[in-house]
Design a protein around this ligand. Structure first.
Ligand SMILES: [Mg+2]
Ligand SMILES: [Zn+2]
Length: 203
């Protein structure tokens, strides 16, 4: 079983656009695709985990979410990276559209999407990370048995300034590329730390 990095989409991989409802507003952070590629190379599956209550609110349809993920996928592939799965929650307890109005298990901070991804993709949650700009991203990770990292992009600075942290992240990083560097240094797939007796010839 592979470890994974569960990535929040908006404000973490993509710039926060309020509700992303048009493809013209889809913009990667400049480091986004590099981060995905580095995580792939580090042996991590990369999985997008995103709350999309805009669907339940009637702001855009599920087809648009799927189309946006196609575009994300094409651009990541063109940059030499790979995203292993996309999971979104269209629900909200107060959604305007009745079929989406419910207390579901998938909406973060609940861990349903991470668990589903783990089952479907064969991922080792205990060696995995959840990265996002909201505490709910960190909470979902911890609830699934993984470790959480908060990033300061998107709503991250506001999250960091909150009087009360609902859960402890393993670190708070400036952005996704800094979080990636932290994982590659400290994650379970990283080389053992400390001085090695012989200089390694493969670095
Ligand atoms: Mg976000
Ligand atoms: Zn849901």
């Amino acid at each position: 079983m592979k470890p994974a990095v569960f990535l929040d989409r908006d404000g973490t991989l993509l710039e926060e656009a309020g509700y992303l409802d048009r493809l013209e507003r889809l913009a990667f952070f400049p480091f986004g695709i590099d981060a995905v590629r580095l995580l792939n190379r580090g042996g991590y599956a990369v999985v997008i985990i995103t709350n999309q209550s805009g669907v339940g609110r009637g702001m855009y349809e599920e087809a648009f979410v799927l189309r946006a993920h196609q575009v994300v996928d094409e651009r990541v592939k063109a940059g030499g990276g790979r995203i292993d799965g996309y999971y979104y929650c269209p629900h909200h307890p107060e959604a305007d559209i009745a079929i989406y109005r419910r207390h579901c298990d998938c909406r973060k901070p609940r861990p349903g999407m991470l668990r589903q991804a783990s089952r479907e993709l064969g991922l080792d949650l205990l060696r995995s990370f959840s990265i996002g700009d909201k505490w709910t991203d960190v909470q979902a990770g911890v609830a699934a048995g993984a470790r959480g990292i908060l990033v300061r992009t998107g709503y991250g600075r506001t999250s960091e300034a909150a009087a009360k942290r609902p859960v402890e992240p393993v670190t708070i990083a400036d952005d996704l590329i800094a979080a990636t560097a932290w994982i590659l240094r400290n994650g379970s797939n990283s080389e053992p730390r400390g001085p090695s007796p012989e200089p390694r010839s493969d670095r």
